[in-house]
Design a protein around this ligand. Structure first.
Ligand code: ZN
Ligand code: ZN
Length: 393
């Protein structure tokens, strides 16, 4: 493995230009057509086998070297967010209300850089096996990773392991976090409907007050995690919407609460859901109301496998220095659809420091920007990971 990031400055300038071009032209889930065109054209330019149309805008590049059947998948996400960019620099979004506020422009660029570098230096890197470069659509909310898998990604490219990387504001440039086990939470949305009996606000005895019942429920939901889970098991229950009422003198017939549950383990998720159901029926009985709850399971937890995490730690240490690898960072309660790939394959998802996050440079903030200074680090990490996992015997 090579320890430094001493790439040709022209190579890095090319990559920064691609990154800024993608940043200026962000595209939402399954509409990443321009981005996918750039990815496919870049891969083709360096003689890399290209497959398109997996999950609509998904692109896969393949580099084979030697005769070993070993195969690894490296994944980047390409989609942007429905957010109005507040930055003023020249490469700010040209698409109104759409922004690369999660750095997927940078992820795409770093993986393109790795593909180009590996294609050009496959003999000197000296690996034996197949590298599958996966450029997926729709990470943010539509689960593009799951759609690629449904469309036969792993039948076409039966990788032994899958690896992912996300830039991480708050971790200094030059550092990475590589942890085994759950690193990002599973996410589940819920909707609670409280039905009472509407009446005149001055005659509450004639009705069943949905606002009072729903308010009790909002309070009670905060006991779900605190009073039902083992104190060392993590979960979040957040009520984020409370809709009810149309006038100041009417007690409304209905209230709707919505929110999200985050957890790392299926059994914890189950416990949380049963506790929410109990509270709904209890509050309903106490108020004479009817309360129903619906759970909408979205991304599962992102869980790194032990052996592949060990490999990634070695690679990160060789790339950045052993003291630059964070091994006990707390997991994030955010969610990530690379989870679907890690449900099918062993692998590891790491965080690459994007810098301090000052001035709103945090994920999903309208002032965020991917740090071009970490492109070289990400490329070197990918190249070293290929060299390590597919080393010639
Ligand atoms: Zn995001
Ligand atoms: Zn992201």
């Amino acid at each position: 493995m090579q320890e430094t990031t001493n790439f040709d400055p022209v190579f890095l300038a090319d990559l920064a230009a691609i990154r800024r071009d993608i940043h200026a032209h962000p595209e939402l889930a399954f509409n990443e057509t321009r981005t996918a065109d750039i990815v496919a054209a870049e891969l083709a330019k360096y003689g890399i086998e290209v497959h398109r149309g997996i999950a609509k805008t998904g692109v896969v590049g393949v580099i084979r070297c030697g005769s070993s059947p070993r195969m690894i998948g490296l994944r980047a996400d390409m989609d942007a967010l429905p957010l109005k960019e507040m930055n003023e620099f020249p490469h700010r979004s040209k698409h109104q209300g759409c922004m690369h506020a999660c750095g997927h422009d940078g992820h795409t660029t770093m993986l393109l850089g790795a593909a180009r570098y590996i294609a050009e230096h496959r003999d000197t890197i000296g690996f034996d096996g197949t590298v599958v470069f996966i450029f997926q659509p729709a990470e943010e909310s539509e689960g593009g990773a799951a759609v690629m898998i449904e469309h036969g990604l792993f039948e076409k490219f039966p990788v032994d392991a899958a690896y992912g990387l996300h830039n991480w504001p708050g971790i200094p440039v030059g550092e990475m976090a590589v942890m085994p086990g759950p690193v990002m939470a599973g996410t589940c949305a819920f909707e609670i409907t409280v039905r009472g009996h509407g009446c005149h606000a001055a005659m509450p005895h004639q009705g069943i007050d949905t606002i009072v019942a729903a308010s009790q429920l909002v309070q009670a939901l905060q006991t779900v995690v605190a009073r039902n889970l083992h104190p060392c098991d993590a979960a979040v229950v957040s009520v984020t919407q409370f809709h009810s009422g149309s006038a100041w003198n009417i007690i409304p017939e209905e209230a709707v609460l919505r929110g999200t549950i985050r957890s790392f383990k299926p059994e914890v998720q189950q416990t949380v859901e049963r506790a929410i159901e109990r509270l709904c029926s209890g509050v309903a009985a106490a108020n004479g109301a009817q309360i129903g709850v619906v759970f909408d399971h979205r991304y599962p937890a992102t869980v790194n496998s032990a052996a592949e995490t060990d490999i990634c730690r070695q690679v990160a240490a060789a790339t950045l220095g052993d003291d630059k690898v964070r091994k006990d960072e707390l997991p994030s309660m955010g969610a990530e659809d690379f989870a679907y790939m890690l449900r099918e394959k062993p692998g590891c998802y790491v965080w690459l420091g994007n810098g301090p996050g000052t001035g709103g440079c945090t994920l999903h903030n309208p002032h965020y920007d991917f740090n071009d200074g970490i492109i070289a680090l990400g490329v070197r990490y990918w190249v070293n990971l290929v060299a390590q996992t597919l080393a010639r015997p």
